[in-house]
Structures are given as C-alpha cells and as structure tokens.
Design a protein around this ligand. Structure first.
Ligand code: FAD
Length: 337
C-alpha cells in the first residue's frame, strides 16, 4: 500500500503508546505516561495515551490515572498480543488521525520494534533508549539524552529535521510511575478492519520466563557479571530463589545469550528501583551502574579491590563470589558453618 502523508498539519500534543500483552500492562508505559503528563502540564500540551488490545476494560481505568488527558482505546481480538504489522498499521492510522507533535514509547522489546517501524513510516526522527526526555522551552523541540561511549558521555539529542511526530523510546525505570486522582477521558476508536487483518504474523506460542520480572522488582535483585566465570549463574539463581529476589545480569551476559535481554541491567537494559541489589562479579562500568543508581542499598562482591563498583556501593566484599554465595546459601538453608 502506498502511504501519502500530509506533513503540513500536526496538531501538537504528546502521545504515549501504552503497551499491554494479553490484558497485562507493561509498567514502563505508565512511567512514560507520567513523564508525558509532567511535560504536558509544563508546556500546555495535551497528553494522549493510546492503548491497543482486546478486552482491556480493566486496564483502561488503571492507565487513565497516570497523567493522560485522553485515552484512545482500540479493542480488537487480533490486537490481544503484540504483532508488528497490525500494531504498526493501527498506530500509523491513529497518528494520522490525531497528528501529535510528540510520540513517546517505553523502550521495551515490542515498543522498540513498533517505534522503529513508525519512525520509518513517517520519515521522522527517533531517539532510542533515552534516559531523559524534555521539551525545549524556546522552539518546542523534543530534547532527549542518550548515553554513549561506554557511558563516558551523555549525548543530547534534538530532532532537527522537521519530521513529525518527534519520537523517543524511554529506558524502563527512567521515570517513576505516579498515579493521580485525575482520570483521562476515554475514547473508543474503531479502525478499518483491513488494517488489522492485513497482518502477516500470527502468535503460535508465547513463552514466558519462570523468573520474576526484573523491571517490576521492588525489593531485592541479585545481579551477576562476567566474574561468574562468564555466566555460571547457578548459585546466583539459587540465592535469589531463597530470598525471593529477581535475577539480573550485565550486558556481556545478555549478549552471550546466558539470560534474555529483558534481564539486562543498565542504560541499554532495565533501570532498577529495588530496595536492595547484590552485585556479584561486575566491574561497575558506568553503563551498568546507571541501571542501579536508584536502588536503596547496593552490596558488591568482587575479587578486585580496585573495581569501580566499590565506589558505587554501600557494602563491599573483596572476595570470591562463589565462596560468598555458597556461604550465604548454606546459612539460609540453616546449615550454619
Ligand atoms: C553503548 C553501550 C551500552 C552499554 N550498555 C550496557 C548496559 O546496559 N549494561 C551493562 O551491564 N553494560 C553495558 N555496556 C557494557 C559496559 O560498558 C561493560 O563492558 C559491562 O558492564 C561489563 O560487564 P561486567 O562487569 O560483567 O564485566 P567485566 O567488566 O569484565 O567485570 C567482571 C568483574 O568480575 C570480577 N571477578 C572476576 N572473577 C570474580 C570472582 N570469582 N568473584 C568476584 N568477582 C570476580 C572482576 O574483578 C571484574 O571486576 C554497554 C556498553 C556500551 C558501549
């Protein structure tokens, strides 16, 4: 299909894609919505939340309390799960209809896929995995911050090309999701059926991890780095299991496929807000440390007393992580010495 996009009239406003899957909200969307609400109030921009799914009534009330002025819902059986084609078509249709100046999405796996497709479709700019999103008070351009070069610099990214909507995917955990008493006005949208039916991808099987969701971990996270002998996470998982914690890893372990990307901590992974995080065998590179900066108490175990992680933690143990984990597990199992 040939898309003809009229670039002349963009109404303004901030739209936020609210991600769900099978009736379960992606919490990072609410964080983005909260930030959009702050920006909307500051710059007098209307905030539009967009929720696609099926039988999402229970999600409507929840997501309507996070800063949106209006909530656009498209309910269709084929939107129950994310699928690239249908979601792209429906979102493109809604963007053409509502013409927002800004479009924000959480930097989750599905929303990242969607964001890239929409950016190409609208020939516009997309700032990916940002750790700050703002609006320039003078010219109204979207301003974002993206870490680069191993975290040694944070680049400010501004959409200068004039493409619309100005887009960004926001790193999970960057902002806190805060609800309020104000509820958004709900708009039930119907979109042409063929937009959804044109999809080519069918969900055959959805695999969910038996491990606790890292992005939702509020209490304790146990993190492992390359010091685990390059990804021997057996003791880390056992310890986490015993204390009811979620497990996370540094990027090299996610790159090696030892844990799925959703369990990577850091600027290009998840930013944690847990009360306590144990860090075993991670050097403390800036990209990793960024992901634990909002945690309450940080406990680090490393054989290298000069490791940078020790400058960023509350409790340090210069020790072999396997010895420490074995002792902790023994203690927790009531084995004593
Ligand atoms: C654009 C970009 C984005 C990035 N994003 C991320 C990100 O989101 N998250 C992330 O984690 N990284 C990210 N990185 C990579 C990051 O810069 C580091 O390379 C990475 O975090 C290092 O991982 P590590 O600490 O596991 O490994 P290493 O740096 O190799 O550290 C291993 C540590 O284990 C210790 N150790 C070894 N054996 C033991 C033992 N037996 N007991 C205890 N300690 C031991 C060592 O002393 C060492 O300090 C990014 C890099 C780039 C360029």
């Amino acid at each position: 299909m040939l898309w003809v996009i009229d670039m002349s009239e963009w109404r303004g406003g901030i739209s936020v894609f609210i991600e769900q899957d099978n009736g379960e909200l992606e919490r990072a969307s609410l964080e983005v919505l909260t930030r959009a609400g702050e920006l909307g109030r500051k710059f007098n921009e209307e905030v539009l939340g967009i929720l696609l799914g099926h039988e999402v009534n229970n999600l409507v009330r929840e997501s309507s309390r996070y800063g949106a002025d209006k909530l656009v819902i498209v309910d269709h059986p084929d939107l129950r799960h994310y699928n690239s084609d249908a979601y792209t078509e429906v979102m493109a249709y809604l963007i053409n209809k509502y013409r927002p100046r800004y479009l924000l999405l959480p930097a989750t796996r599905n929303s990242r896929d969607l964001a890239g497709r929409l950016a190409v479709r609208f020939r516009t700019c997309l700032s990916a995995h940002v750790i700050m999103v703002d609006i320039d008070g003078k010219d109204g351009k979207l301003v974002t911050a993206v870490p680069g070069f191993g975290g040694n610099i944070v680049a400010t990214v501004i959409c200068t090309g004039g493409g619309k909507p100005e887009m960004a995917t926001v790193s999970p955990g960057t902002y806190e999701a805060r609800s309020s008493d104000k509820e958004a006005t709900v708009i039930m949208e119907s979109v042409p059926e063929d937009l959804i039916r044109r999809r080519k991808i069918e969900l055959v099987e959805k695999k969910t991890s038996p491990m606790p969701d890292l992005s939702r971990a509020e209490k304790v996270v146990v993190a492992g780095g390359l010091g685990t002998g390059g990804g021997d996470l057996e003791l880390i998982k056992e310890f986490a299991n015993l204390i009811g914690a979620a497990v996370g890893v540094t990027r090299p372990l996610a790159d090696m496929g030892i844990m799925p990307r959703d369990y990577q901590i850091g600027t290009t992974g998840v930013s944690l807000r847990a009360k306590t995080v144990f860090v075993f065998g991670a050097s403390g590179a800036p990209h990793f440390v960024y992901g634990i900066r909002d945690c309450g108490t940080i406990v680090a175990v490393n054989t290298d007393r000069e490791a940078p992680i020790f400058e960023n933690c509350d409790y340090c143990a210069v020790a072999d992580l396997f010895d420490v984990l074995k002792a902790l597990i023994r203690e927790l199992r009531g084995g004593g010495k």
